[in-house]
Write a protein that binds this ligand. Structure first.
Ligand code: ATP
Ligand code: MN
Length: 458
């Protein structure tokens, strides 16, 4: 069996090839049948030409869009200028005839909203097929980058009993019978599966930090869950996150790594998907290739939070959320900075302690922390990271000031007692990265099956 992609990129004609896939279109032109076949190996189809013969005619007549077939034939040069190769069909096996009237993807173009209601079928479209091929390659690029740079992949737990960083709302995990609890009016977590309250993780950072204290350079790449009620084009309740953590890295090293990491995965993916990116550039975001080229060739900007606020205040732009020092920047502010003001990715550093997590290293001013967010055009925040507080007494002070309970973090605090070192890391949202690289506007359209408030159908 050959893939459509292999055949389209063949260096020469081949006698006797076998290919299988789904019919995109079938046309009967004066006793010659033309079939456009796709097998998902690429966004492009291969054309199969059957010169009618009596035996084949019956089968060819029944073919409809989305029917599944296998074809044997010869790969020959195509007379059409837009394709180098086509298949001269010799044998046809029909697996399944799709009932044309019922098939929901009969039309050539559908809205992304409509396709979300048939998320089980949308990978068959050119757009979604391309998104998911590229998603796979981006995941590969991420592992490739870290593995080539001496990082170890750590599988941090999905179920956790620590309310981590309080990042958003958490989903509770329980085996207690809710109906029983409601009836009896008694709730005792000691009787729950883990003997205490448990959740789905919102981040693997606290756990992976412990491994950086042993293996120096590590990363996690797994699913995370946030029950925040944000119905935006950039939030999912279940999403994937990449979190590298490096011993002996300070904030500057952290940013340098993040920049070369982003550039690496963009280039890695572009190099492997010429056809998909040509498609995205034409149909999904006009100018995408130029935008990505700009990312590769630019040096990312670096400004402090205080400078960012000054720029926003001086901009004379009307924002929905008013700007002042101390605010948690909204998407509109982030996008103004990266899209309109700098027109390239921007690191914003040294945020107020009051809006950041307890584990970030405090600056000597006492007010700000060694945080860094990376903002990119079209998305806003794609990375959130920091240098971590490695001083035991400062960490305890932070925990107290944030109103957290130090007993809950005993194992995290231990790191600062036993060979504590400066260290840093960040979290990159995988789906936001896919949006950034493909130009897809809604995060629901870059994950195979999306979970958002009120919706987890498939
Ligand atoms: P935001 O302010 O945009 O909601 P955050 O500051 O809560 O994000 P972090 O806790 O810093 O996010 O998480 C690290 C990265 O994970 C973010 O930079 C983003 O790329 C991604 N991310 C965070 N929340 C979500 C979500 N609900 N859905 C998809 N990706 C997310
Ligand atoms: Mn963040």
């Amino acid at each position: 069996m050959h893939s459509v992609k292999e055949l389209l990129y063949s260096k020469s004609a081949i006698k006797d090839v076998t290919v299988a896939g789904w019919v995109r279109t079938v046309r009967d032109m004066k006793n010659i049948y033309f079939i456009e076949l796709n097998d998902g190996s690429t966004v492009r189809n291969i054309q199969i030409v059957f010169e009618q013969d009596e035996d084949l005619l019956k089968k060819l007549e029944t073919l409809t869009t989305a029917s599944s077939i296998k074809v044997k034939g010869d790969l020959v040069e195509s007379p059409k200028p837009e394709q180098k190769w086509e298949i001269k069909g010799k044998e046809l096996t029909v697996y399944c005839i799709t009932p044309a009237e019922e098939y929901p993807l009969q039309k050539k173009r559908h809205s992304f909203e409509f396709l979300r209601t048939i998320a089980h079928l949308r990978p068959r479209t050119n757009t979604f097929g391309s998104v998911f091929r590229v998603r796979s390659t981006i995941a590969y690029a991420i592992h490739d980058f870290f593995q080539k740079n001496g990082f170890f992949y750590i599988h941090t737990p999905i179920i956790t009993t620590s309310d981590c960083e309080g990042a958003g709302q958490m989903f509770q995990v329980t085996t207690l019978n809710m109906e029983e609890v409601a009836k009896s009016g008694k709730l005792n977590y000691e009787e729950d599966f883990f003997g205490k309250k448990a959740y789905l993780t919102v981040s693997g950072q606290l756990e992976v930090e412990n491994f950086a204290q042993a293996l120096s350079k590590v990363y996690t790449f797994g699913p995370t869950f946030r029950a925040e009620n944000s119905n935006t084009s950039r939030h999912l309740a279940e999403f994937w996150m990449i979190e590298p953590e490096m011993a002996f890295f300070e904030l500057e090293d952290n940013m340098q790594l993040a920049e070369s990491f982003i550039k690496y995965i963009v280039k890695f993916t572009l190099d492997r998907h010429t056809d998909e990116f040509e498609f995205f550039d034409k149909w999904v975001e006009q100018g995408l290739l130029k935008r990505l080229d700009n990312v590769l060739s630019s040096t990312f900007e670096k400004i402090t939070y205080t400078q960012a606020i000054e720029i926003l205040l001086k901009s004379n732009k009307k924002f929905d959320f008013p700007v002042s020092w101390g605010i948690d920047m909204q998407s509109e502010h982030e996008r103004f900075l990266t899209e309109e003001y700098f027109k390239k990715p921007v690191f914003v550093t040294d945020y107020p302690f009051s809006i950041k997590a307890f584990y970030m290293k405090r600056n000597s001013d006492g007010k700000t922390v060694r945080a860094m967010d990376l903002l990119v055009p079209e998305i806003g925040e794609i990375i959130g990271g920091s240098q971590r507080e490695d001083d035991l007494s400062m960490l305890l002070k932070n925990i107290e000031e944030k109103g957290l309970n130090k007993q809950d973090y005993w194992w995290y605090i231990d790191q600062r007692k036993y060979g504590s070192v400066p260290h840093s890391g960040f979290g990159l949202g995988f789906e936001r990265t896919i949006q950034f690289i493909t130009g897809m506007k809604n995060i629901r359209d870059v994950i195979p099956f999306f979970r958002v408030p009120g919706s987890a159908e498939f």
